[in-house]
Write a protein that binds this ligand. Structure first.
Ligand code: PLP
Length: 422
């Protein structure tokens, strides 16, 4: 019996899917201790957008450590935090005319969501958050209340309160709407908030993933996101975008909602923000809302990690021109071209944007079989969506073309075999 089976908590999950011990990793390849290579179509659930052990980031982190740079600083001002904030301003905020402040908090995505909903409640003086069906926002109680999946919710041990879930408007298939864009659902919400006898008060915020990742790779339409933003403005609620998994270049631009002319009050980022895989979370907050925090009111020991600032500053260099984003668009075309033929099977659907793609087989058991076949053939890939019915393809953006093609071949062959046998 391995030490993992003997001593690691029953809670472990991904390791049950891939029963080997990993040792090394480089860009899109992760190798186990026997030396077997796997092409990584999982990439730390969206953390490793720039690949495992990205050479520029690794070099910068090693140089920082060699120079006895500050490694932990709570929220003290440091040279590396300054560099990160300056570069983020230059590469992301200024080009978009965004006045947003950067709030650092505990280092994981769920910490960002907690801070965002807490601030929205403060700003509006209201309790309720509207989140959406199939949404995933993290595991701490406030964020968990916003997460829709009952597997996670049922483990909470206490009632999850002050959140309502409504259907998510998405394309090409709208969950909960017949018109293909989710607008009917927004009209129903509008009527409900206008009716003083509906029993439903206006919320503090709408918390939404512009692309739901864990929920099954559901892509909200521009029309629906605009409709949601308009409704929020009408009723004095904030709009919080959770771009924790779909942001940082994943869809071919920095934010997953770039180019849609949207104006969120708060944007939650984490995962890929630290570049190398060390943790960091950050909310971008409109100054008029950020002003409502009192100093030190939302604290945390690990706010803005130095190593994440160092590697994250390097990561931001990928956004100094369009070369990586052009690559993402070209690789995206290959992904969707490879997956499209599988839609000939009844009930199979391909969804996504940029380099996040979902292959919905409609059945978690089938997806599991595909995952096992891929693993045996040297590809790491993970299920998502209700009952694990969707295969999520989320390789590093920097994956070389030949590995992308090889991985796609393995995935599509495995899916074809499983679907034919079903
Ligand atoms: N929000 C989204 C969209 C996510 O995908 C995740 C994690 O998968 C989270 C929040 C929670 O992030 P973390 O697991 O780092 O707390």
């Amino acid at each position: 019996m391995s030490i993992f089976e003997e001593r690691e908590s029953e809670i472990r999950a991904y390791s049950r899917l891939y029963p080997v011990v990993f040792e090394k990793s480089r860009n899109a390849i992760i190798s186990d201790e026997t030396g077997k290579d796997y092409i990584d179509f999982f990439a730390g659930a969206g953390v490793l957008n720039f690949g495992h052990n990205n050479p520029a980031m690794k070099k910068a982190v090693i140089a920082h450590l060699e120079a006895d740079g500050v490694t932990h600083s709570l929220d003290l001002e440091t040279t590396v935090k300054r560099s990160f904030m300056e570069r983020f301003t230059e590469r992301v905020l200024e080009p978009r005319g965004m006045p947003h402040k950067m709030q650092f908090m505990g280092p994981t995505g769920t910490n960002a969501v907690e801070a965002a909903i807490k601030l929205a409640r403060r700003v509006t003086g209201r309790n309720e958050i509207v989140a959406f069906q199939h949404g995933f926002h993290g595991m701490t109680l406030g964020a968990l209340a916003c997460t829709a999946n009952s597997v996670f919710r049922n483990a909470s041990g206490v009632p999850l309160q002050h959140v309502r879930h409504y259907p998510y408007g998405c394309e090409p298939v709208c969950l909960g709407c017949t018109r293909g864009c989710g607008m009917e659902g927004l009209e129903r919400l509008r009527a409900q908030y206008a009716d003083t006898s509906s029993g439903v008060a206006a919320p503090a915020a709408f918390l939404v993933e512009p692309i739901q990742a864990e929920g099954g790779v559901n892509v909200a339409s521009k029309e629906w996101l605009h409709g949601l933003q308009k409704l929020a403005k009408e009723i004095g609620a904030l709009v919080i975008f959770d771009d924790i998994q779909a942001g940082m270049g994943r869809t071919g631009s920095f934010f997953s909602f770039d180019g849609m002319d949207l104006d969120p009050d708060i944007i939650c980022l984490a995962k890929g923000l630290g570049g190398l895989g060390t943790p960091i979370a950050m909310n971008l907050v409109k100054p008029e809302h950020d002003n409502r925090w009192k100093p030190g009111e939302h604290t945390g020991t690990f706010r803005g990690q130095s190593l994440s600032f160092v590697a994250g500053t390097e990561a931001l260099d990928y956004f100094k021109d369009e070369s990586l984003m052009d690559e993402v668009k070209a690789k995206s075309a290959k992904i969707f071209e490879a997956l499209a033929p599988l839609e000939k099977h009844p009930g199979v659907q391909v969804r996504g944007k940029g380099m996040i793609a979902g292959l919905d087989l409609g059945d978690g058991a089938l997806v599991k079989e595909v995952v096992h076949k891929c693993f045996d053939a040297g590809v790491l890939i993970c299920p998502c969506g209700t009952g694990g019915r969707v295969l999520k393809l989320i390789p590093p953006l920097t994956i070389p073309d030949d590995q992308l093609e090889q991985g796609l071949k393995i995935i599509t062959q495995a899916a074809e075999e499983v679907l034919q046998a079903a």
